[in-house]
Design a protein around this ligand. Structure first.
Ligand code: ZN
Length: 264
């Protein structure tokens, strides 16, 4: 079987275990069904997720020109504390910014390698946790806009990381943490403006990933450099495909690449 299309991050379904789908224009693949099978991935060309042109991808699936121009790639996307739509101030496109920023946001704790703090739109729970490969997570603050969630995250970063160590996450070198206890410890460090939005009563969510075999020394596949790769798929965690020879391929950081996938 051959599938061809432009890579975008895998869609997922919160199930036991999590279900992953690679979605192409005319086709989709339930990746869980490929576990244990040998697959080939070949790089064909680039296709910017905004302009569609065959130009090298700069970041987030966009070519350089699009990345510095379109509202989906503005700084407040990665740094929520820079959000300004609640003040009626435009960054790149006020209508777009209002639509995305002025909706419920969640500040959460997720444990993928260590406990980290993050921000996501409420509609993206638990997708965001799945994408990060977190095996447990909890919502701690629900704010009415992105800005308030952003300043909360910044304040909590003094006490907890905001990064995932992808090697640790993939090796499944994890320890179980009591996230309710973490939430209680961090409560007093939430900024004044966001205190009212603290979530008092909830419990942590556990996530189970479809992995037959964890890598011992994960090595990341650079598909553009290698042009093609063939290996036996043994797991999916976060947005990574894990292969039997310890090669791992991050679908998310390869968005905008047109590939052909062949299933033996
Ligand atoms: Zn472009």
């Amino acid at each position: 079987m051959n599938y061809q299309g432009v890579l975008t991050k895998m869609e997922s379904e919160f199930a036991q275990p999590i279900q992953y789908y690679l979605v192409f224009e005319n086709d989709f693949i339930n990746m869980n069904q490929l576990l244990g099978k040998t697959i080939s991935i070949r790089f064909e060309k680039y296709q910017c997720l905004n302009c569609g042109l065959n130009k090298p991808i700069y970041r987030q699936g966009f070519c350089r020109d699009c990345f510095f121009d379109i509202p989906q790639a503005a700084d407040w996307v990665i740094r929520p504390e820079l959000s300004k739509a609640h003040l009626g101030e435009e960054d790149r496109d006020l209508e777009y910014e209002k639509k995305v920023q002025l909706q419920p946001h969640i500040v959460y704790l997720a444990n993928s390698s260590d406990v980290k703090v993050g921000v996501t739109r409420k509609s993206q729970v638990p997708t965001r946790w799945i994408d990060q490969g977190a095996h447990e997570a909890i919502e701690i603050v629900e704010t009415p806009n992105r800005y308030l969630a952003g300043i909360t995250e910044v304040a909590l970063k003094d006490f907890v990381s905001d990064k995932t160590n992808w090697r640790t996450m993939l090796k499944n070198d994890i320890k179980d943490e009591d996230l309710v206890a973490w939430r209680e410890r961090l409560k007093s460090s939430i900024p004044e403006e966001a205190q009212d939005y603290f979530i008092e009563n909830n419990s942590e969510i556990n996530l189970e990933f479809p992995v037959l075999q964890y890598p011992v020394k994960p090595k990341s596949l650079n598909l553009v450099k290698a042009q093609s790769y063939t290996g036996k798929l043994v797991g999916i965690k976060g947005q990574y495909l894990i292969f039997e020879d310890d090669t791992v391929f991050n679908i998310r950081s390869n968005e905008g690449l047109v590939v052909t996938i062949t299933v033996a």
